[in-house]
Write a protein that binds this ligand. Structure first.
Ligand code: 3PG
Length: 307
């Protein structure tokens, strides 16, 4: 019996990406199943029943889905962050979980810079704004996205800093980025901070008042990572206390309406997470996901396994 691969995404991949995944699946002699824009978990529970492999984006994969997926051997999150997948439950169910690091990084990085330009030019409202050139930008974490942000920001003539305890200083500094000693130093040095940390038990609500209040005059926080890493109480407090503070985010906070009501000109939120919403990012991440699945089944390759 041929293996069944389900692509299940509430937020659909670009058309070209779906075509590419389907082509690779069919060439391999596997079966391709597509479920997108689903509104109820029950739809996923039904279709997942007899599949061998699952490709998702930010779709929540918890024990209910894993219980229902009796034949499932592998889930690949076509993207970087896998906080949407219950890794413990997947391991208990004997299911391998992978991500596709780096495949959508450029798209996310371009959005980060795009939002910075937008806010520093007063949301293009006609009033005089500022330039990014010569300003200090700090990457909070220097993984694939942080690295891409640095590369693009260098073209703008920004002065670059990074804090990442998991990456060697030499790796950061060879890109022309200054490696700072502590997260506090990053926030007190940089007028612009771009967030690239994952959401996990250690990082949730870690971007708090203590850090934000250290930022210099004209502070601008850029979040293309996860909303959970922000302490929203601190965010409201800093907006209230400092009329120079700006926040742009692709992952809007729960207190978004309050911020929009009171601080419209100092904030921007995308209507839904769209950092990775480009044809190129979808093609790259989708093709990597299906290739990893085939290599897993045919060669036992467990590259980018995260559980
Ligand atoms: C990621 O973790 O790869 C990004 O946040 C993109 O997520 P998305 O696939 O849900 O757009």
């Amino acid at each position: 019996m041929s293996k069944k691969v389900l692509v299940a995404t509430v937020k659909p991949f670009a058309k070209a990406a779906k075509k590419k995944i389907e082509k690779i699946v069919i060439e391999q002699g596997y079966e391709f199943i597509l479920l997108e824009k689903y509104e109820h978990l029950s739809e996923l529970l039904k279709v997942v029943e007899d599949v061998d492999a699952l490709i998702v984006r930010s779709d929540k994969i918890g024990s209910e889905v894993l219980d229902a997926a009796k034949n499932l051997k592998i889930v690949v999150r076509a993207g970087a962050g896998y906080d949407n997948i219950d890794l413990k439950s997947a391991t208990e169910h004997g299911v391998t979980v992978m991500n596709t690091p780096g495949q959508n990084s450029n798209a996310v990085a371009e959005l980060a810079l795009g939002m910075m330009v937008y806010i520093v030019r007063n949301c293009f409202n006609g009033k005089s704004g500022y330039e990014l050139k010569g300003k200090k930008l700090g990457m909070h974490a220097y993984g694939n996205v942080g690295k891409c942000v640095a590369k693009i920001a260098m073209g703008f003539g920004m002065e670059l800093f990074a804090f990442d305890p998991f990456i060697d200083r030499e790796v950061i500094e060879k890109d022309g980025v200054k490696c700072v000693e502590s997260v506090e130093e990053l926030y007190s040095t940089c007028q612009y901070v771009s967030l690239h940390i994952p959401a996990n038990d250690k990082t949730k609500e870690s971007i708090n008042y203590k850090l934000l209040s250290k930022m210099p005059e004209g502070a601008t926080l850029v979040n293309t990572a996860r909303k959970e890493i922000i302490c929203e109480e601190s965010l409201m407090k800093i907006f209230e206390e400092r009329d120079d503070f700006k926040y742009v985010s692709d992952v809007a906070p729960d207190c978004k309406d309050k911020i929009k009501d009171k601080y419209e000109e100092r904030s921007f939120f995308t209507p839904k997470k769209m950092g990775a919403q480009t044809a190129e990012a979808n093609i790259n991440a989708g093709a990597a996901a299906i290739t990893q699945i085939i290599n897993f089944f045919e060669r036992g390759d467990t590259i980018f396994k995260v559980n």
